[in-house]
Every structure is written in C-alpha cells, then in structure tokens.
Design a protein around this ligand. Structure first.
Ligand code: ZN
Length: 427
C-alpha cells in the first residue's frame, strides 16, 4: 500500500494531551511523522486523505474479548454451537471488531479449546481480517462454579462451558494442554457470577493450591493469566498469585483496594460493566425482568462495582473498557459503550476514558512503546472519526461516524472520499 498522509485532522493522541490540529504521515506500517500545525509535511508519493477537521485517534483496544460468544442468552447455547459453525462465527466477529475500530483485542476465554488460537493464527497469517489478538484458553473452573455446565446425567466435558479441574494435578494438566495449543493467556474462574445462581458473584471457588499450580505452569512458559474475579476474596487471591489481568473486581474492601493500588504498575482491571447494566435494564426481551435481575443479585453487584471502580479510578489503577459483549443482551460491537459508562458512572473524564482504550490498550497488549498512541514511530493503528469523541463518546460506536480504520498501515475500512463534505460536522 502507498504511504498515506492524513491532512487537516484534529489529533487525539491517546494520552491526556489536548487535541491539536495537524497532519500524520504513515509509511509502511508505522507513523513516520506527526505535524503539529497546519503546515504540510513532506510526503512525496503518499495518498493524501484530507480529513476536513475529522478526528484522528489511535485504534481502540478491547481488554476482555470473547469472539466465540455467539450473541446467545445462555452459556449452553454458546457451548453447543457445532465446531465448524463456531470457527466461522469467530472469523466473522473478528472482522466486525476491526471494522468497529477495535484494532487490538485481548482474548478473555473462548468456548472450545482452540477457537481463540486458530483465529489469532489466521489473523496473523493474513488469512482473515481481524484485530491484533491475544488468544485465551477456555475458562478453567471447578465443579459447581461458573462455567461448569455439565449435567448429572450428561457429565461429559463437551457439554461444559469451561474445563472442570479438581486439585493441583488436574489444574496443571489443563493449563499445560492450553499452553501446548499456543494460548497467550490462561483464564481462571476464581469467583462465581450472578449469571449462574448456584455460584453467585460474591463467592470464591478455587483453592490456593490450584491457583498456584496454574501460575507455576504459566510462568514456566512465560505466559500470562487472567482471572474472573468478582468477589473481594477472589481479587485478593488473584493478586496473591501474581495474576496480571483481573476481570470484574466488583466487590472490594479497603484491604483489596490497598493491594490493587500496591500492584497498580503491574495489573490491569477490565470490569465489563456493560453486562451488569444490561442485565438490570435491557434483558427483559430474553425473559429477565428487572425484578428477576435484582433477585439474582445484579442490583447489589452494580452498586458495589460502581463504588469499587470509582475508588480504583481515584487510586490510579488502570481500568480498561470491554468485556462480556457477545451475549444477547450485550451484542458484539457495541463495546465502545463502556467508555460512556466510565464517564457516566465511574467519574472519568472523556479524555481519560479514551486513554483507557488507547494508551492503556498498548500496555495490556504488551507493546506500550509502539502501540496505542498517535506518535512518531508507533504502529499505524488509526481511526478517522467524524466529529469529536471528547464531546460525544457515542460516535465511537456508530459505524457511520467511523470514516476509516487502519491497522498496521493497511485499511481495514477505507475512507470514502465522497463522504468528505460531511466530515467536520459538530459531534
Ligand atoms: Zn468474560
């Protein structure tokens, strides 16, 4: 692809820096020059894209992605999708995320052992379009906990959403299996979840021996682990064992918050609050009324999560958007909605919310020196947005307002020059 010069754009660089008018030159897969004025930068042979005042910002990162969740209302409906259809589904979803402006995604668990690995490998090999992707394992869980979907008369692992283990040896075996398949991270279900009434969100399930065995294997292979941890005890357990990615963290106490703060340079929290909101407010078409959701514990968890996450934000703990999109009530590709929730419910400024999806995204993707900012030398993962996301974050989930998406210097969604007259419209 020819070099690309974006001119006349308003640059939102992914840090908290004030946006500025300028131009950006992309050569190959990197940002070569960022002009901080309207003066042209030299660009012989480059394709010029006149942004007409549109916003140029880094591609976003989804920190808790489940490509294989198939927009169903139950775990069983996800798990029983036949493998062949499931692979095609994941490939389609990967492409949709990229076109929706998510140029990076952190896999948070998949529904069959190799779904994430196969999709990551296909993306990296150029076989299918998709974001930069870190592949996860299936959820590893214990009998009776979130993800154990076996039935007494059908005790077969194929019916279970997650892989059930009992004791350190079985944990080691499951972790080694996923590491053999080539995952980037191991997912452990340390707490319950209000979605499964037999194991509610404030309960904890794994023994320290099991978690320690998993982490020994993870470290030996130089990989990472992520924890489903809604209860305070499970968050503490994750921290005790050096788990780097903590999903949910709804229930905390002072001790938990202090421990999170002590480790804030090392850890990431991706709460996935959209599903709590949706269960309470938007799940009625699937038979879950607000009263039922409240009964299931969602109101208590929503209140606790808001308090916990506000405290984490005040303490400077990195909170990232995304999580548990792919259910009927949280369909894929509305993920940028989390940024609005961060502002509305957690006390973030819009610029802070965008930093969570961009600069912090580069960090959780383990490429902070080259990913997640509009900066010379960084990888050219860029969005051209019609309007000002700082004034109206909801435009980030409107396909019509995403004028162009670039990943690694290539168009994932090419700009339509004919649309130029609409650019620069107020948000
Ligand atoms: Zn999840």
């Amino acid at each position: 692809m020819a070099d690309v010069l974006f001119t006349n754009v308003r640059i939102l660089d992914g840090t908290l820096a004030h946006p500025y008018a300028g131009s950006v030159l992309v050569q190959g897969n990197r940002i070569r020059a960022v002009g901080r004025s309207t003066a042209p930068i030299s660009s012989a042979g480059a394709t010029v894209i006149d942004g007409a005042g549109a916003t140029l910002m880094p591609g976003m990162c989804e920190a808790h992605t489940h490509f294989s969740w198939n927009d169903a209302a139950t775990l069983a409906q996800i798990q029983t999708m036949p493998l062949e259809e499931h692979v095609l589904w994941c490939a389609k979803v990967a492409r949709r995320y990229l076109e929706a402006g998510f140029t990076s995604c952190v896999g948070a668990a998949c529904a069959k052992p190799r779904l994430d690995v196969v999709i990551r490998n296909a993306i990296n090999a150029g076989q299918i379009p998709g974001p930069r992707y870190l592949a996860a394992s299936q959820e590893i869980t214990v009998f009776g906990a979130l993800g154990d979907e076996t039935l007494p008369h059908l005790p077969f692992p194929e019916f279970s959403f997650g892989v059930n283990v009992t004791g350190a040896q079985e944990m080691r075996k499951a972790v080694r299996m996923f590491l053999k398949y080539g995952v980037d991270s191991i997912k452990l279900n340390l707490s319950g979840d209000n979605f499964t009434p037999q194991s509610p969100a404030d309960t904890s399930w794994m023994t320290d021996e099991e978690v320690a065995a998993a982490m020994q294997e993870v470290r030996m292979r130089g990989k990472r682990a992520a924890a489903h941890a809604r209860s305070a005890e499970s968050v503490k357990q994750a921290l005790r064992h050096g788990i780097e990615i903590i999903y949910h963290a709804s229930f905390t106490d002072e001790e938990t918050l202090d421990l999170l703060e002590e480790q804030k340079e090392r850890i990431f929290v991706a709460p996935g609050i959209a599903i709590l909101y949706a269960m309470l407010n938007e799940a009625e078409p699937w038979g879950i009324t607000r009263a039922m959701a409240t009964d299931m514990g969602y109101q208590v968890e929503w209140d606790a999560a808001l308090e916990s996450l506000r405290a984490m934000h005040r303490r400077g703990i990195r909170i990232l958007p995304g999580g548990d999109y792919g259910f009927a009530f949280t369909p894929h590709c509305q993920n940028a909605r989390d940024l609005e929730f961060f502002v509305k419910y957690l006390g973030f400024t819009p610029a802070e919310a965008i930093r969570c999806a961009t600069q912090y995204g580069g960090q959780i993707m383990m490429r902070p020196h080259e990913l997640g900012q509009v900066k010379e030398g960084y990888l050219a993962d860029l969005l051209l947005v019609d309007g000002d996301p700082l004034a109206n974050l909801s435009i980030l989930r409107d396909p019509k307002r995403l004028l162009a998406v670039m990943k690694d210097g290539q168009w994932a969604k090419a700009p339509e020059i004919a649309a130029e007259r609409f650019w620069g419209r107020a948000a």
